[in-house]
Design a protein around this ligand. Structure first.
Ligand SMILES: C[S@@+](CC[C@H](N)C(=O)[O-])C[C@H]1O[C@@H](n2cnc3c(N)ncnc32)[C@H](O)[C@@H]1O
Length: 245
């Protein structure tokens, strides 16, 4: 989706927590991600949440990093984040991370940062994915670490089969009408997500399968989980914090 489309999405979404399909509790989301990258990352570096949306995960991450900056292309998302998920060490700003001038300005302001990115890459046009990875490499610098969770083709197939089976999943069906959940637009097949990062100048230090908890309930009352992948990456050839000590 484009910036204006995201702005329209966030400005018309009901304000209640969990209105967006992906707006799951941080206990089921960022809290499960942090152990996957904490040992690789320097918590004294700022953490930038790219495509922070309403800031729910950003606010939780602010407990674990000295300073956190949530960035989103949609002004309405940033305004919602600032009012609904404030923290003393968290700031929210509008920024298009595909804009290389904006990326350079962030780099100049913050120096090396850690980057958290959940569910952003898959909805970018293929040409823009490489541009987003260029931005992330610039922001990480020498010592920053990236954690990313992304939808893949498998996510798309899973959602398509669920909906074909007639499962009553109104949020999922509503979003599927606009997104394809990765099937034709996924950044890569499951195993190739890693290679996408490696091919764009990252050293991938960990990757694997991970469920994406959603705010949709299945017929047995459990949160619907979608199959997705995660990646932990940084600049090539650097020792991790444990290796340095
Ligand atoms: C699926 S939502 C995920 C929100 C949040 N990361 C979360 O997990 O709750 C994707 C977010 O990426 C933002 N986004 C899309 N393109 C962007 C870009 N070029 N620069 C910054 N943010 C972008 C959208 O506005 C949207 O809030």
């Amino acid at each position: 989706m484009t910036g204006p489309a995201w702005d329209a999405f966030w400005s018309t979404l009901p304000a209640a927590p969990g209105a967006a399909l992906w707006d799951s509790s941080p206990q089921l989301t960022a809290a499960r991600h942090l152990p996957l990258f904490r040992d690789h990352a320097d918590p004294l570096l700022p953490l930038v949440d790219i495509g922070c949306g309403n800031g729910r995960q950003t606010q939780w991450l602010a407990r674990h990093f000295r300073r956190v900056i949530g960035l989103d292309i949609a002004e309405s998302a940033v305004e919602l984040a600032a009012t609904s998920h404030a923290a003393p060490n968290a700031a929210y700003r509008r920024a298009d991370l595909l804009d290389q001038d904006a990326a350079a300005a962030l780099r100049a302001e913050f120096g090396d940062v850690n980057v958290y990115m959940r569910g952003v890459l898959h909805q970018l046009a293929p040409d823009n994915r490489a541009r987003m990875l260029t931005t992330i490499r610039l922001l990480l610098g020498e010592f920053g670490v990236l954690f990313a969770q992304e939808l893949t083709e498998r996510t798309g197939w899973y959602v398509a089969e669920l909906l074909d089976s007639g499962a009553p999943l109104p949020k999922t069906a509503g979003l599927a009408a606009h997104f394809s959940f990765g099937a034709p637009v996924a950044p890569a097949h499951d195993g190739r997500l890693r290679r996408l990062f490696e091919g764009n100048g990252f050293d991938v230090v960990a990757d694997g399968d991970i469920p994406m908890h959603t705010t949709e309930r299945t017929s047995d009352g459990q949160p619907l989980e979608l199959p997705t992948r995660y990646i932990v990456a940084r600049a090539p050839g650097l020792p991790s914090p444990q290796e340095k000590s």
